[in-house]
Write a protein that binds this ligand. Sequence first.
Ligand code: M6R
Length: 617
Amino acid sequence: MCGIVAYTGYREAYPLIIKGLKRLEYRGYDSAGIALLNGGLRIYKKKGKVSELEESLKNLPLSGNIGLGHTRWATHGEPNDVNAHPHYSSDRKLAIIHNGIIENYDALKKELVNRGHVFLSETDSEVLIHFIEDIQVNSQCSLEEAVRLALHRIVGAYAIVILAQDASNQLIAARKGSPLVIGIGKANGPASEYFLASDATPIIEYTNEVVYLKDHEIAVIRDHQLSIKNIDDVPTTPYVQTLAMELESIEKGGYEHFMLKEIFEQPRSVYDSMRGRVNSKQGYLLLGGLREHLGRVAKAPRIIIVGCGTSWHAGLVAEYLFEEFARIPVEVEYASEFRYRNPVVNEGDVVVAISQSGETADTLAAIELAKAKGAFIFGVCNVVGSSIPRASHAGAYTHAGPEIGVASTKAFTAQVSVLAMMAIILANERGTISKGLFYQLLVELEAIPDKIDQVLQRSTRKVQHIANTFKDASNFLYLGRGYNFPVALEGALKLKEISYIHAEGYPAAEMKHGPIALIDEAMPVVFIATRDSSYEKIVSNIQEVRARKGRVIAVVTEGEQLISQMAEFVIEIPVAHEALMPLISVIPLQLLSYSIAVMRGCHVDQPRNLAKSVTVE
Ligand code: M6R
């Protein structure tokens, strides 16, 4: 969490940094701040969003060609002006921005307090810059050397950038566990420019040439030159990548919110996730990242899927897919639990790690644990070049394009698409599905983008009407069975995270073991009741809710008669193979949570207390 941006070059740094912070605000929006060399090293920071900081600075002459910026998701210390980043060293000659957590900050702080340091904030980040300063003063070494020595003693995760008053042409950056990208801008005569950020979105407007800093690397940009060394002072050669990301893909493109734009992008993003990988006419299905390792993955005695939040829900869908088609036993684990419970992982086991951002700390730690126990790691991620793909042995990108809204939408459908392809490939390799079913599934996969589009075109109005009816509800229940059970969980998660309405997702049959006690005339119950192998059973569950006066909203298959007579509202979606239905049935639930949140006046793209990328445990 937290977004960091820095710039050095020939442009005005302030507007560029503010714009970059706005692009990174999805990573945290508790406070924002910048540091500039503007007649000395000056820090300006404030609780609240980047726009509030900008407003407070609008009458100040902020000039200079070098600076830092930070948008915070609070970990140590409440969100307020003082805890906002950047932080000064005690002599106010150094400023730091930090994303991550310094786990041994308390011990370091005590050491420093004993040596006379006074701290203004409650943050771990302020401790780090004082520690660096302390080393520099006591060892009489360069700032670069002090950073290196300090980082040797740091336990935890960090992406940092440091600006020094006495070095008007220098930025020092380092990372371990938290992401940091360096953009290499165009030269302007003898001057060149560099951009540093938590991801490429603040950079892409200016350059698509980037270097992803690796763990334990320290980058120094001095006098228009970039040099990178590892923490043991050994120079490394930067690997410059050319990004394919377009600027339009990170802008709202006329939509009111990123979330809405991303919901409506799904016909395209699901298509992109399958482009070049599926061709039913040629009977062709290929995931490049799996091809080389197919023998090994197909022979796995067990697949363990790890992820968090929406990615964990995609993992649940994958469990059904892998078991049904490839007949491989699957366990789906919350990465945060898996990493701390000494799980049994055997050599030969395959761990599929799912993550939109590729930076989720719990998922990364689960990968490291599984790797240490001899598992083969297959990453399914959206952000190219992020930490999880780099930590995996192999993987497949989801190609959903940048997802900015904190509530995940198009990432989910892209993940499920890739996982469905993976399941069918494995099944084909293992001979556990017939050729006929293999071809049928390819045809069904190719039809999904169109079907998503139909749902978007036909159900948006109806969903808005339903949203208006239930926008003041205090609780919602989401029920589904089989492949639609993870969709129920996902629908409930979407509603609670952006509208702050309490919502529970359950397997419909579990309702009678407890949640049924909640049902009364005030309880909206969303059933995902498409025509599949558990259709009759879910019809009975709907009757059980009606008998207790619950208000039923049902997502059903086109032409549905029976449920239409029982439910207060139905939303029809196209027919699809049951195994691919989550790709379609989730769409009205995304629209419902979005519409309710907007009607309740909630901040859809930046819901309270959340951040897009959870890089702390
Ligand atoms: O980037 P990741 O997919 O690893 O993120 C996992 C969760 O933090 C994420 O899905 C979160 O639950 C979303 N806010 C859900 O909409």
